[in-house]
Design a protein around this ligand. Sequence first.
Ligand code: CTP
Ligand code: MG
Length: 555
Amino acid sequence: TYNQYNFNKQLYTLLQKCTNTTSVRQVSHKNKPTPLAPLTFNETLNYRRNQAKRSILVQVQSMESYKELYSYISTLGNVHEMLHYVTSTDQLHFIIVEFDNEEQVSNIIQNSSHINSGESFPIHSNFLWFKATNRKNSKLKIPKNFKLGMENGNQIPSKNEICNLLLGQDNTNHQIQTLHDVTKLNDVATRLRFLTTRQVELSVAGMFPNAVAYPFGSSVNGFGKMGCDLDIVFRLAEEQTKSDSRLIFHCKANNLYERSITHRHMEVVGDVLQLFLPGCTQIRKILQARVPIIKYYQQFTDVECDLSMSNMSGVCMSDLLHLYGSIDARVRPLVFTVRKWAQEVGITNSSPGRWISNFSLTLLVLAFLQQPNNAPPVLPSVHHVLQQIGLKCENVLEETLQFSFSESGKTLKFKSSNTDDLETLLKQFFNFYSSFDFSSKAISLNEAISITKPEYSPLYIVNPLERGLNVSKNVSLDELEKFRYEIRNALWVLESNQGKSNSNWGLLEMFQTKRKSFQSNYHSFRHDRLMEVSKLFEEDSNGQENSKETNKDSY
Ligand code: CTP
Ligand code: MG
């Protein structure tokens, strides 16, 4: 948490001073400890971006090739770390090689060669392959303390593995924590996401040396699980520091409207991905959407990507979510559990549609944690956060674009006195939304209170950074009803939890679909619901007010 931030910094400095301290994974031949992961969103982003700049991806024949690769590559630069993984779809073996500095990577890229087959276009990239030799060299020199990092590689834990791990826990609290610990993005998966964005930046580096591909969404907001997609916003021309040079670049004039310019740029970037970038496959340009995107699969890093070029709001949102996840250690495990439950009982889907998205589910958990239920709230309102860090609440997005929530979050004074355990909070989450009046109320994290819906949408969650927008506008009434039904089911399962006496107990019982009972009960439930809605409309037409609680601030 941010209260621990200074302590962690001191601990980090102390660890650095200890000469015999080693990193968790391995020690490079220079005995330099790998830095501990930084804590804030910006620090994490900078740290990972720099790491990607100092790294290359090398395809090898098998894991055993690492010795040969090491003895070859260590003559070209100082190898800091090597991490092996296998891609899930094509079972290709890769090693991420991290060097001491960016220049060594540039040299390696400059001095690598092409196969002159005429079949492929000879481009330079940070993705390479290592030509095997037939010579058996038993005297490969590898420092004794150098080990290949292999911790799970890029492997997503299987359903069975997760199930067995959860069954082996003592209680539901441990299950919630374990689910988070084993499914969250690991180091290799995170590095691969940053190498993927680096590949996009490098593709235009000649014309746009300052171009930045920012990862956002679950890959960086602290709520990402293994296998999650990578959202990228690609900015060709990032703001540059003004220079007083008298030599000015010649540039072409922009004759198009802003939206058409973005479309044209996206067409070009889509073609670059398709024609030139190794590993980029299944490219689909979806340019008519509100936020136009290019979808593609990076086969070498095993990542599904959504690339946009228009606005930075997703990055600011990721910063805010990262801050919320860091305020209290219970937030991320709870979000992981609710998202997993939604996936298991079939009320969400990884592709966008009429169902509730992972992003909306995250906001629902955060909004619940802001509520004073039987105990004090776990999280502060967005309003409270903005006030504490000196931002006005109007036009939050405009202000936050030049600003970092998590940097300022270091000064955030919020300490919850809520001591409820994870299981209690999970039950309270389901309890809270099982009686929530979705028909007339909207969820607002800004005020940490439900407000009257500004317009008719079955589910209304106010976008905390652009308050005129509903984050869950896509959700249909049918999907909301399924969601409410499954909430009641989950609450019932948790409340009647007999612990380990059951074969599938705790979370596992909650994750089981109640489809049989659902089919029969759903119709009567739906009938009741429609009656409720029509009653509400009658009341409305009689001129009655829906709510008097609008804009109440709980802080
Ligand atoms: N986003 C937003 N407003 C929306 C939808 C998305 O600001 N209405 C931003 C959020 O920052 C979100 C990111 O875009 O985190 C990416 O959206 P999406 O990929 O749908 O969600 P993720 O949080 O990345 O979750 P997932 O693991 O399902 O990809
Ligand atoms: Mg995403």
